[in-house]
Design a binder for this molecule. Structure first.
Ligand SMILES: [Mn+2]
Length: 328
């Protein structure tokens, strides 16, 4: 962990571009918001850039909408300096080229140092300086450590963003990555003004009707395999069209099947418009789902991983089933 190098790099930079993986989750959004606030307070010119839209239930974190690559700014404009010229690029919650669609092309041609802050095991070494800690339950915990190391002031907004980062990456303190470091950090963040109940309502009691209908459709597809240990669910393009839900509405829905006592691993297959299938994998046991995802070019953690597969759905399901059998 090289906090000193990271602080030096930030200190000598005036203009900072901040991004995270596509399909941003609570950890990615929380880290973006926390760093925007913290670095903005230092007088830096910080520009967040997202690679896909923020799911509705994380919008409360953002004081103003962050631009989305491909929607608010095109790759060509970004390369031409449309968002500005930057002294450093900060990437949070990923170190994988395949989680930075289009942005990887900007990165390739940008002659600017890169700081990566990440907790994933899968790493492409994108950073000139890397704060990488795979023992951290969330990247938010590394950002918190960086803030404390640097002596940058904590505010209520920063605390809230880092709490969301940590709470969501631990499934609201349910997953096995929930260790004492998580609880100590969250205690500090509560002391800094976080209201957990309010955040819980914002995050989990905030479904749109269309998202709820998508969840109902998904639950209707659930099948148990391998003696009840492996749960498989899917959603199709038609489900999105019929319910009016968007792709980001699938976040966390996979965890619903963990309510079944026998389930130790689960997969959610999402049919995409281009014919491919997005596969999300979760484990509640020693099954290492990142190894399964890795076989198909994906990545993630032991407990949560994902990959893209060739369609149709049945083909994608068979590919994962074969790997799941090997691990069991
Ligand atoms: Mn994360």
């Amino acid at each position: 962990m090289d906090f000193r190098k990271a602080v030096e790099l930030i200190s000598k930079s005036e203009s900072i571009l901040l991004t995270c993986h596509d399909k941003p989750d609570g950890d990615a959004c929380g880290c973006i918001v926390a760093l925007c606030e913290a670095l903005g307070a230092l007088g830096k010119n910080v520009k967040p850039l997202l690679l896909s839209p923020v799911p509705g239930w994380y919008e409360f974190l953002f004081s103003k909408k962050a631009p989305v690559l491909g929607e608010d700014i095109q790759l060509g404009e970004l390369i031409a300096g449309g968002l500005g010229e930057f002294d450093v690029i900060v990437i949070v919650d990923t170190n994988s080229t395949n989680q930075l669609p289009k942005f990887d092309e900007y990165l390739k041609q940008a002659d600017v140092p890169v700081l990566v802050i990440d907790h994933h095991v899968t790493a492409d070494g994108l950073g000139d300086v890397e704060l990488s800690d795979s023992t951290a339950a969330a990247t938010g915990l590394i950002v918190l450590d960086l803030l404390k190391y640097a002596g940058w002031p904590m505010t209520e907004r920063i605390a809230e963003a880092l709490f969301v980062a940590t709470a969501t990456d631990t499934g609201w303190f349910q997953f096995s990555n929930t260790d004492s470091r998580v609880h100590r950090a969250c205690a500090e963040l509560i002391d800094a003004g976080v209201k957990p109940t309010q955040i819980y309502d914002n995050l989990y009691h905030n479904f749109s009707h269309s998202r709820f209908k998508l969840m109902a459709a998904m639950l209707g597809t659930m099948e148990l395999h391998l003696g009840g240990v492996y749960a498989v669910m899917h959603v199709t393009q038609q489900d999105f069209e019929r319910t009016g839900a968007s792709r980001s509405d699938t976040e966390n829905l996979i965890n619903e099947c963990n309510r079944i006592g026998t389930v130790k691993a689960s997969a959610l297959f999402t049919g995409l418009k281009d014919g491919r299938v997005r596969c999300s994998l979760r484990s509640r046991s020693d099954i290492e789902v990142n190894r399964i995802a890795g076989k198909f070019g994906g990545g993630g953690h032991k407990m949560a991983a994902g990959t893209f597969l060739p369609g149709p759905l049945d083909n994608a399901k068979q590919l994962i089933m074969a790997e799941m059998k090997k691990q069991l």
